[in-house]
Design a protein around this ligand. Sequence first.
Ligand code: TXA
Ligand code: MG
Length: 330
Amino acid sequence: MNVGLKTQIWPAGEAAVAQAAHCLHEGGLVAFPTETVYGLGADAANAGAIARLYEAKGRPSFNPLIAHVGDIADAMKIARFDATAAKLARAFWPGPLTLVLPKTTDCPVADLATAGLDTIAVRVPAHPVARAILRAFRGPVVAPSANLSGHVSPTTAAHVQSDLAGRIDLIVDGGAVMVGVESTIVGCFETPMLLRPGGLERGEIERVLGQPLAQPSDDEDNETGQPLAPGMLASHYAPRTPVRLNAERIEPDEALLAFGPSGVPGVGPPTTVMNLSVRGDLAEAAANLFGYLRALDGKGARTIAVMPVPHHGLGEAINDRLRRAAMGRE
Ligand code: TXA
Ligand code: MG
């Protein structure tokens, strides 16, 4: 059990990047910023490191990881691209899009990271610190979000520290992330399928494809009996405080996660209110979502009441995470 490690925190920069690459080579666990959320990286070819990663997160090991690489050429060493996948990669990488593709026959990524599936999730992150670490390491890095399994994803180094200090080797602090929700995951099957809404809007992907993305039905399984996006367990993004959606008025002992310029009845001076975006901007709301959920979770309120968030654009990913947060502790 890797509890009791001394977790170092280094500010992003050349020294931190070199230290991160060194640490990954040694089989260590390194948290670093991506444009979506902080990731917890391990050498994708090192099964021992990956076992420690699952343990550090307390993550069920049937839940496979995303392999992060520096560019399309490196992605093609681990995954087979058809024309659709190549088109999406060219349009959106580097950026908040993950593609699920068949593994190459000589894919160096450890089976433990793909949970025995013959597909692999691949992404080229856009964050300059993530890119620098991938360049320095020169191999695929698997990286789930750097939180304890079941918690909301971290958008600052302090969030990572509060979940994982003592369990991982290094945190590279690159400040708050830009996007704030995880990457959009598209399965490149016969018809491209939206496996997880995320930081890249569905509409942008559909525009490039010239067709709508298919949607897995809630209980749809692949031939192996594994869920198509196994990480989309209902309770994935849950704060400890119960979450109540579409609040139209609030009770005295509730905290409010607001959206937009208008208020809701019932809010008085003792109410803790955090507004995802006063001006109703969905990108700003996505960037604030997980940090505000964490902050409100610490206020001792009976419930976190959440105002309705429009469902278009990034609202699809925001509402997906909120729905999971609300189901979390049932
Ligand atoms: O933005 C992100 O994607 C962040 C940053 C760190 O890159 N990473 C992230 O990883 O959100 P994680 O492990 O929290 O979520 C990965 C998701 C899980 O739902 C997992 O089940 C799914 O990707 N996944 C991974 N490999 C898969 C595969 N072969 N087929 C289907 N789903 C897969
Ligand atoms: Mg996660």
